[in-house]
Design a protein around this ligand. Structure first.
Ligand code: WTA
Length: 654
């Protein structure tokens, strides 16, 4: 770690602090209040959204293994879509809710969708869903580009009480089918094609392939977005735009309980298949909206841009639900940072006068490599604040972001959180907490981080310490369960450290009480800010007929943060070759999606196993990191000689 990361402290300017929602004194008081009496704190802040029937109960939760149960505002009723749209229409019906920025700025115009238009389009789509038999509690899978219809679809489901599950458009037909089946979805909403970086992903044809493996009752709504021709299955496929045009422009919203599920979002875990994280309505919305306003110091009239995809939780909380619940103007970007050229992010910031910009370190590193001239070309004077999410931000990327994008005047909020947490957990509040590059700094209101000793599970109470990061008590944005598998929920998050929610991350706390995330301590890797379970990639590899065994680990990668390193043992009679390497990469892409492509494949005639047959991943990680000098104790291996062979033929000689 560079000196800067250890010593640099960056307070916001006095001018920024003067206007901020929360300053240092307010943070200390509010944080203390939120921990001392969470009931009273959240009873007050729960009022930031509109309730149909106000809650009288606030918090009801236990982290006790065996009976984990989490409820917030449990007797309140509301509608999330009404909170994100209807309640703003009277005062700001003509204000832009969503700025849609298309993939190709030369052939397509940006669109400004007002709150009044958002109400009409969402209503029309909700009416189409209803007319096709979708109602409260039904699951609807969304497999869409980053287009306004993705927002309408999420809000239309919320409006009628259906539960959406967005599947990132980069996932393969197989991955899509698994999610449709696991959630027992009644319908999929997709588009003809997803344009990205000038190329088109055939979403409809991927959906056709996926639906071969699903119940024939699943309906398929298709948004004709690019207008390119696709197959059409009469009786099953519905032309979404045509039906919307014919539907009624208003749809009443359903009264939902605070604890009714709002969405399921599949994410990777350390074992087995992706987990269906369930978020409910009331607590999630309170938390997403409060963090959007306070972490980003969002003020009325600001233009907020989160560059994530709605296929990830960041897009759920900080493109759609948080900003819209606050009556904000939120940018939805269909494209990629490098198309038509490496100045695209900054061109969009200039064009739409973006005030808060939120992206991932991997994007910053990729753009950094293209040189600062791409940034300097644009007028970025509208920017007031920058954000980072997805992985620790390295000091070099932080410096570049601060200097070239923020011009040294924008606080950078490094937000640590997870699909499971619904919103920010550790983050600077920009007017209150001076930042240190690489540190997610302090907990948000209501969040009680604890650092435990991984071996003894004891709390490490000294200020400066390190260990694994757990959370001691519930907060409103927390996931409630895994879809259909409360057992697995408890096993994954509450079994290892009894009485705590376990994040899966390692963490250090410095002498100032600042938290520094050190990365996952389980078999989850973080590739370009996307979570990937090594077990998922392994099971895709072994599903190939030429593969006998596979072990996958992460290794440091200059742009992606972590790359995917696969050790593959081939079937007896199969010859290794570069062609086979390519074949296996292509295979994983079709099994999971391009984000899971192995970067390096090493042929491994044998894998280091204990005498009981357990693969020693610690050793494989070290070799992949090109750090094989300190392999530790290898004496428990069944055949220690395989290690020398693996070192000899290692692929990462960086
Ligand atoms: C990592 C994304 C360091 C962490 C919102 C976490 C981070 C996982 C940060 C969750 C950060 C996310 N600093 N690490 N600011 N933000 N992570 O579910 O390992 O896609 O457990 O949620 O990303 O990834 P997920």
């Amino acid at each position: 770690m560079s000196d800067l990361a250890q010593t640099g402290v960056y307070p916001a300017s006095a001018e920024f602090v003067a206007k901020a929602h929360v300053d240092a004194k307010a943070y200390d008081e509010m944080y203390a209040a939120s921990i001392k009496n969470p009931e009273a704190f959240w009873a007050e802040h729960g009022k930031r959204i509109d309730w149909i029937r106000p809650y009288t109960k606030v918090k009801n939760s236990t982290f006790d293994y065996g009976k984990v149960d989490i409820k917030w505002f449990e007797d309140g009723t509301l509608n999330v879509s009404a909170n994100c749209i209807d309640r703003h229409v009277a005062a700001r019906g003509n204000q832009t809710a969503i700025i849609f920025e298309p993939d190709d700025p030369l052939s397509h115009e940006a669109q400004h969708i007002t709150y009044a238009q958002l109400l009409e389009q969402t209503s029309r789509m909700a009416n189409v869903l209803k007319a096709n038999g979708i109602g409260k509690g039904d699951r609807v899978v969304l497999y869409l580009p980053m287009i306004p219809e993705a927002a309408y679809a999420m809000l239309a489901c919320a409006r009628i009480g259906a539960i959406h599950s967005v599947v990132f458009a980069g996932f393969s037909p197989d991955a899509l089918a698994n999610r449709i089946n696991d959630s027992e979805a009644k319908a999929v909403i997709t588009a003809d094609f997803a344009p990205r970086g000038g190329r088109k992903t055939p979403l409809k044809s991927n959906t056709d392939k996926a639906l071969f493996d699903c119940s024939e009752k699943v309906k398929c709504f298709v948004v004709k977005h690019t207008g390119d021709q696709t197959t059409w299955i009469a009786d099953r496929d519905v032309d979404m735009k045509a039906e919307m045009a014919a539907a009624s422009p208003y749809c009443p919203y359903a009264e939902m309980n605070a604890e009714d599920p709002l969405f399921i979002l599949y994410t990777s875990g350390s074992t087995g298949r992706p987990k269906g994280v369930v978020h409910t309505s009331g607590g999630y919305l309170v938390y997403a909206s409060m963090t959007q306003q306070i972490t980003f110091d969002y003020h009325d009239g600001d233009v907020f841009w989160c560059t994530a995809d709605v296929g990830w939780v960041t897009g759920h909380s900080y493109i759609i639900y948080g900003p819209l619940a606050n009556g904000a103007t939120t940018v939805m970007f269909e494209g990629v940072p490098t198309y038509p050229d490496a100045g695209r992010f900054w061109a969009v910031c200039e064009k739409h006068k973006v005030n808060q910009f939120y992206t991932a370190p991997t994007a910053i590193r990729a753009l950094m490599g293209q040189g600062p001239e791409w940034v300097e070309k644009y007028d970025l004077s509208s920017l007031k604040l920058l954000g980072s999410v997805g992985e620790p931000i390295n000091p070099e990327a932080w410096n570049w972001y601060n200097t070239h994008v923020g011009k040294g005047k924008c606080p950078i909020v490094d937000t640590f959180w997870q699909t499971e947490t619904g919103g920010h957990m550790l983050t600077p509040l920009p007017g209150a907490i001076p930042t240190k590059p690489g540190s997610a700094t302090k907990p948000f209101f209501g969040v009680q981080p604890v650092i435990l000793d991984p071996a003894t599970a004891e709390i490490k109470s000294e200020t400066a310490t390190d260990g694994v990061l757990c959370i001691a008590d519930s907060w409103p944005g927390q996931m409630r369960t895994l879809w259909g598998d409360h057992e697995r929920f408890q096993e994954a998050y509450f079994a290892q450290y009894r009485g705590y929610y376990f994040t899966g991350d390692g963490c250090r706390r410095d002498e100032d009480g600042y938290y520094w995330i050190t990365g996952r301590v389980d078999d989850v890797i973080n590739v370009s800010g996307h979570r990937m379970g090594t077990a998922e990639v392994e099971s895709a590899l072994v599903a190939h007929e030429k593969v006998a065994e596979a072990a996958v680990v992460g290794y440091p990668h200059a742009i992606k943060g972590q790359g995917i390193y696969a050790y593959v043992t081939l079937m007896n009679d199969v010859e290794p070759s570069d062609a086979l390497r390519k074949e296996l990469v292509a295979w994983v892409r079709t099994e999971i999606g391009p984000i899971a492509s192995p970067d390096l494949i090493q042929w491994a005639p044998g894998l280091p196993k204990t005498r009981s047959g357990k693969i020693m991943r610690r050793i494989l990680r070290k070799i992949a990191e090109n750090d094989y000098g300190a392999l530790g104790d290898t004496s428990t291996l069944a055949d220690p000689s395989v290690v020398d062979e693996l070192i000899e033929n290692r692929m990462n000689r960086a």
